[in-house]
Design a protein around this ligand. Sequence first.
Ligand code: ZN
Length: 351
Amino acid sequence: MNITFNNDILCSDNQLNKLISRNDFANASRLLLNLQKNNWSQLSEGYKSLGSIKTKEYLFDGFTLRLQFNPGRIISTSAKVDEIAIKTRKCFLCHENLPKDQKGILYRNYFLILCNPFPIFPEHFTIPSIKHSPQEIKNSIGILLKLSKDLSSDYIVFYNGPKCGASAPDHLHFQAGNKFFMPIDKEYNYLKKKYSEGIFRNENISIYVMDDKLRRFISFESKNKREIIRYFHKLYSLLIINSNENEEPKMNIISSFSKETGWNLIVFLREKHRSSHFFAQGDKKILLSPAAVDLGGVCITPMEKDFYKISKETLIEIFNEVSFSRKKFEVLLEKMKDKFNPLLSFENGKS
Ligand SMILES: [Zn+2]
């Protein structure tokens, strides 16, 4: 693909180019971040304010949710993502609209790795397609897996669906952040033991469904990328039956990779973009707009008063409102058991 950038958006540091030529995108991304902190004041301010955020933790049965008061996230949390708002604004992920000091890394000719100026993670990247095309996962699951392998020495990669957390639903993008920053990265194996049901397994892939009473999700474990794509598409086709065919089934995805175990793709199924608390008036209003990172265990609120107000019960309410309903989840589970070649499935349900 021939790419013509309107401005000199690609970072031209020698050391960075050496890392890129070796496909060492994790170290290249880290170097980009360090260079940009020196040359882009909005970014260095964003990271400075990350140093003064407040956090508190809530313990649930086998997992943790960490609440983060992060005023820098106000734009993203309260973003208007309706069609009119999107059509009338300049797309902030198109390279011609990026801030003048922002630089990026070209990733395999189709994506740009950029530093996120409103970080949640100690190192936080936004990775938009170089083309302005809609946020959709069906045809981009392969690149998500590839990207998470390429960044896997240090980072996980996540995806927010156009109707459940993406602040640019009109521009395909992923995000990346530090491995083990979200509680779910460390808690996954325990969650699997306590809450999962094995749905399908063959020599290449294991698929689990989990309901930890707050979140409903599916996980795919495999060293074989094609196999994950194949079964992800099977899941997608089961989900699309019940939803508007023109609309992507609501989901948030976290993808991680390790040399020992391969990929772990976690697909959180969603009912709603935002809970009733977001739309409540007066004192009852809570600015928390859950997406992949929140479901991964780091719940972001840009309002200090909400940080103090949110209780464990509030989080249970919010998560249950925005997650796939238990009833729908049970129906899906039965369909998965039926459609995913049952001859090779787990023998005893529980694994
Ligand atoms: Zn765009």
